[in-house]
Design a protein around this ligand. Structure first.
Ligand SMILES: [Zn+2]
Length: 459
């Protein structure tokens, strides 16, 4: 936890609101710069370009990145030379498939080798990521890269009918309200983003009415949430006999897969279908659901490969190469997420070219049960700045108690353990133990599971 977070936690609500809005202003200025809006317009225009134009665009962008990587990073200079790969003469994007797939663990070992040595510090920002294995990675992205990522996400939102001035009720993983606070408000309003940010950690049978009232009184038409949080909210609303007086026009979800039973309860209670996009901090793949409900690969954003999972012909790893990040190039980077593909060749009525994904498998999250009996969703999110953790698994065999199995990197120290404990205690009402292990076993599908619950399933 940073000192800013510590101050935030002990401040009164009014000060927290001011801090949220100051921070919001800072992020807004960076994210929605003049450059963003210029990019946004051109990215909207290339949404429905022809297959040939797309291939030409991909080759041009990939070639540019390969040249930058070759000229400015130790890792790619060495890799390309070893394979006799000439980035100036690349003729088709598939040529890069000679290289081995890159894992997060490999980058974690020595990230400096991957970084563009000539990029100026002030031209990039550092961001953190975790994903489903719990391994943390902090890496630089250029402002252009961040702008493009947001522009692609906003293109998807625009296609659904959402505008920059649409107010949003947001249920995210951030601790916006300190866990110790046990009275409303359970949200903070960030005016610049037109966003009411709710605490998913305080949501319960006792508090659901507070959440409901804020959305209802302000007639918020757009809800963005994790599917598990939103379906939990909907089941609490149903139990309490609550229904909104206005229409919830847009429901967008992210960070994890939408399960059929979740979709059903969300639709039953809110009356609109949730739509999703797949994206991650590493700018290597983006998949957007269109107005017809199909999941389209954003082929203009990065070069995405679907690599078959051994022993499972229906499942594919998402492996991607970025087009945009001049600060650090991701080439054939394994996201650790898995998809199934649409077999039929039929085009989507929306008219977009490119590949269609049937289901994003890789992002199913689980719950743990806390000391007071309430359930809380576990996200890799909490480990995202913990760069000295290689993998984590969370195991629960009795209510209110959880064991964290941690695979450490060489640089892991007492300080890291302290941060891990703080992160756990800030978010969860549980007793826990931390155990250090050498490795974590994988599922039959080769997937790392973040949470193993051995409690009787009462769903
Ligand atoms: Zn479509």
């Amino acid at each position: 936890m940073t000192w800013q977070e510590k101050i935030y936690r002990v401040s009164p609500v009014i000060i927290q609101n001011i801090i949220c809005n100051l921070e919001g202003e800072k992020i807004y200025r960076r994210r929605f710069s003049k450059n963003f809006f210029e990019l946004f317009n051109s990215i909207k225009e290339r949404d429905k370009i022809s297959q040939d134009e797309m291939e030409e665009l991909q080759l041009r962008r990939l070639k540019r990145q390969c040249i930058i990587a070759y000229e400015n990073s130790l890792y790619y200079k060495d890799l390309f030379d070893r394979y006799g790969f000439n980035p100036y003469k690349i003729k088709c994007v598939e040529e890069i498939e000679v290289f081995p797939v890159l894992t997060k663990e490999e980058m974690q070992k020595d990230i400096s080798k991957f970084i563009n040595r000539h990029i100026r510090k002030r031209d990039s920002v550092k961001i953190g990521t975790s994903g489903t294995t719990g391994a943390g990675l902090v890496f630089p992205v250029t402002k252009e890269c961040e702008n493009e990522q947001w522009a692609v996400w906003w293109r998807y939102r625009h296609n659904l009918g959402i505008n920059f001035d649409t107010w949003c009720a947001n249920f995210g993983g951030k601790v916006v309200v300190p866990l110790k606070q046990n009275k409303p408000p359970y949200h903070r309003t960030i005016y610049r983003f037109r966003q009411i940010s709710f605490s998913m950690y305080h949501l319960s049978e006792e508090t659901v009415k507070e959440y409901f009232n804020v959305i209802n009184d302000n007639k918020i038409e757009w809800i963005h949430a994790f599917p598990s949080t939103l379906s939990y909210f909907c089941s609490l609303m149903k139990k309490a006999g609550l229904s909104f007086e206005h229409k919830i026009k847009y429901i967008t979800i992210g960070a994890e897969s939408l399960l059929p039973h979740q979709e059903k309860i969300i639709y039953n209670v809110l009356g609109s279908r949730p739509l999703q996009h797949y994206g991650l901090s590493e700018p290597v793949a983006n998949i957007s659901q269109c107005e017809h409900g199909r999941l389209h690969v954003d082929e203009d954003f990065s070069y995405v490969e679907f690599i078959p999972v051994e022993g499972n012909p229906d499942c594919f790893h998402i492996v991607g190469s970025s087009f945009t990040n001049d600060a650090l190039f991701f080439l054939r980077y394994n996201t650790n997420d898995i998809v199934t593909l649409e077999k039929s060749e039929k085009r989507c009525p929306c008219g977009r070219n490119g590949r269609i994904v049937k289901d994003i498998e890789g992002r199913k999250y689980d719950y743990i049960v806390q000391k007071d009996g309430s359930k809380i969703m576990i996200l890799g999110h909490i480990f995202r700045n913990m760069i000295n953790i290689r993998e984590v698994q969370i195991k629960q065999d009795k209510s209110g108690f959880v064991t964290f199995y941690v695979v450490r990197c060489d640089k892991y120290s007492y300080e890291d353990e302290k941060i891990l404990k703080e992160e756990i205690e800030m978010r969860f009402k549980i007793d826990y133990a931390i155990e250090y292990v050498d490795e974590i076993s994988k599922t039959k599908r080769g997937k790392h599971r973040l949470v193993i619950s051995e409690l009787a399933n009462d769903d």
